[in-house]
Design a protein around this ligand. Structure first.
Ligand SMILES: Cc1cc2nc3c(=O)[nH]c(=O)nc-3n(C[C@H](O)[C@H](O)[C@H](O)COP(=O)(O)OP(=O)(O)OC[C@H]3O[C@@H](n4cnc5c(N)ncnc54)[C@H](O)[C@@H]3O)c2cc1C
Length: 498
């Protein structure tokens, strides 16, 4: 068994499958190991990992209705993005899985997925550090907007609420509970598990409907790693990239680049999803206390649609000034500041990714199509978010932490002004997904079937965020881990739900 990508889902698949001593598992990971490296393991260091040596750093193509300057961080280290993210960990609502089933992913209903949630090995706990700013934020959210305080967001399904986030970490040590820490670290000695770090896959070798090997590069050396079955877990950008480099994708695109078409799979790279977020930034009236799990410890979910059953607007509280985009627009950078980031839980804009060259080292083009949905739903969500954030900011005790609103600034008031600012200053919550989405066999744009098998191939599955048919309403890492758990069961033949 060869697994490409030792990231969030790939680590789960490798750990679960290698529990069977009769199965030999080789895990190929492009980045280094995280073992013993506090830069990776300390959750609070996450911001320093962005655009570092542990990051593939993908730019986007110009975004006519959004921000063209975003660098999409994708982790290059064992554990993948679970080794450099904030590990905010929500069980997605039942309706999210119902959307997946409706999109053709039979076997992926909430009830069928709950056993995977229950067996996750990561250590999810509500943030233990109780920062006074975050405490007052929660109090003002509930007063201003009437949403309930949630001591544990995962205790029961919710459609709104405010509180400290559930986070996968170990509060005593500050260590993250990534997929590498929770799944791999204790099984590194298994004789049937080989982990090849710093080894980058750039092409699949195929023969008819089977993959027969993976071409990899390690330093200056290249070789082919072979196995009976293959799992692709390189993430929502690198899994479709590897398929396209191997001649598996939209035939027209491949032919134009001079890549031999092995299988015409038109959905590879389509359906690129993300959660866009914007920012309201305040100058603090006093220094923000230092206690924190990872500088964004609390948040707010709002349901604007009275008919809806899920949140349709989410905010992270940032206890630090996250000014990358506002500074570029000419706004002040405060010495002490903080912000709220309204994001769109179920965005309606869709993007796509594609290759611009047959050279495996050339980064692919990413077009998220931010704020291009024809009804303007995504931009209205951001506008509503900026307005609701101002209501929270006007309410004590949070209000007394604020000296002034720096961005968008009180002079911007109309929907048009707030939309223009919100889109210019927007960022990503770093949640790309959907580019190899699963679906029914009759769905031409589905890249895998509901058992995660790659269209047209008998011995390859995909297990990572790329298989999402639709975006989860909440931060997606838990859903990705559940994909890994279910993939392992499907491969081992234990899955009884499909
Ligand atoms: C900065 C940041 C913060 C985030 N915060 C949160 C959060 O708090 N909560 C949440 O729910 N979600 C969060 N996310 C999103 C979440 O982490 C991702 O959606 C999820 O981890 C993706 O998992 P994956 O298995 O699809 O891919 P990854 O975890 O990215 O795994 C892919 C792995 O494959 C390896 N790889 C890639 N290409 C190759 C190749 N060609 N050959 C060999 N190996 C390869 C990579 O090195 C990586 O280890 C965040 C993401 C980022 C970047």
């Amino acid at each position: 068994m060869v697994i490409v990508g030792g990231g969030t889902a790939g680590a789960v698949v490798a750990a679960r499958l290698s529990a069977d001593p009769g199965l030999r598992v080789c895990l190929i990971e492009g980045g280094p190991s995280d073992v013993g490296d506090p830069r990776i393991l300390q959750l609070r260091n996450w911001l320093n990992l962005l655009e570092s040596e542990f990051d593939y750093q993908y730019p986007t193509v110009p975004q006519p209705r959004g921000n063209s300057h975003i660098v999409h961080s994708r982790a290059k280290v064992l554990g993948g993005c679970s080794s450099h993210n904030t590990m905010i960990s929500f069980l997605p609502p039942a309706e999210d899985f119902a959307d997946w089933v409706a999109a053709g992913a039979s076997g992926w209903s909430y009830d069928q997925m709950l056993p995977y949630w229950q067996r996750l090995a990561i250590n999810i706990v509500p943030v233990r550090e109780r920062n006074a700013l975050a405490v007052d934020f929660i109090s003002s959210c509930t007063k201003a907007l009437g949403v309930p305080v949630r001591p544990d967001f995962n205790a029961q399904p919710f459609s709104d609420g405010t509180g400290f986030f559930p986070v996968a970490y170990y509060p005593d040590s500050g260590m993250r509970s990534s997929s590498s820490v929770a799944y791999l670290h204790q099984v590194l000695g298994r004789p049937n598990l080989t982990i090849r770090t710093d080894t980058w896959a750039y092409k699949l070798e195929t023969d008819g409907d089977r993959v027969t090997g993976v071409h990899v590069q390690s330093g200056d050396q290249t070789e082919i790693i072979r196995g009976g079955e293959y799992v692709l877990s390189a993430g929502a950008i690198d899994t479709p990239r590897l398929l396209l480099l191997s001649g598996i994708g939209p035939a027209e695109q491949l032919t134009a680049l001079g890549i031999d078409v092995v299988a015409d799979v038109p959905g590879v790279g389509e359906n690129l999803l993300d959660h866009p977020e914007s920012l309201i930034l305040w100058e603090a009236s006093r220094p923000v206390p230092p206690e924190t799990a990872m500088d964004s410890d609390a948040g707010l979910f709002v349901r604007r649609d009275p008919e809806g059953t899920r949140p349709d607007l989410m905010f992270h509280l940032y206890q630090i000034p996250f000014t990358t985009n506002t500074e570029r627009l000419g706004y002040d950078v405060p010495m002490h500041g903080f912000g709220m980031t309204p994001n769109v839980p179920r965005p309606r804009s869709r993007g796509r990714m594609w290759l611009t060259s047959a050279d495996p080292h050339t980064k692919p083009a990413l077009d998220f199509g931010y704020f291009t949905d024809p009804d303007g739903y995504d931009e209205q969500t951001i506008v509503d978010g900026l307005r609701l954030a101002r209501e929270v900011a006007a309410t004590e005790p949070f209000a007394s932490w604020i000296t002034r609103e720096i961005a968008p600034g009180p002079e911007l008031q109309t929907d048009e002004e707030l939309s223009a600012y919100g889109r210019a200053a927007h960022h990503t919550v770093y949640h790309p997904a959907g580019t190899c989405r699963m679906g029914a066999a009759t769905d031409e744009l589905a890249v895998t079937d509901p058992e995660l098998r790659l269209r047209g191939f008998t011995n390859v599955r995909i297990a990572d965020a790329s298989v999402f048919p639709a975006m989860t309403s909440v931060n997606p890492v838990v859903a990705v881990l559940m994909v890994g758990e279910k993939a392992a069961d499907l491969i081992a033949g234990h899955d009884t739900t499909t």
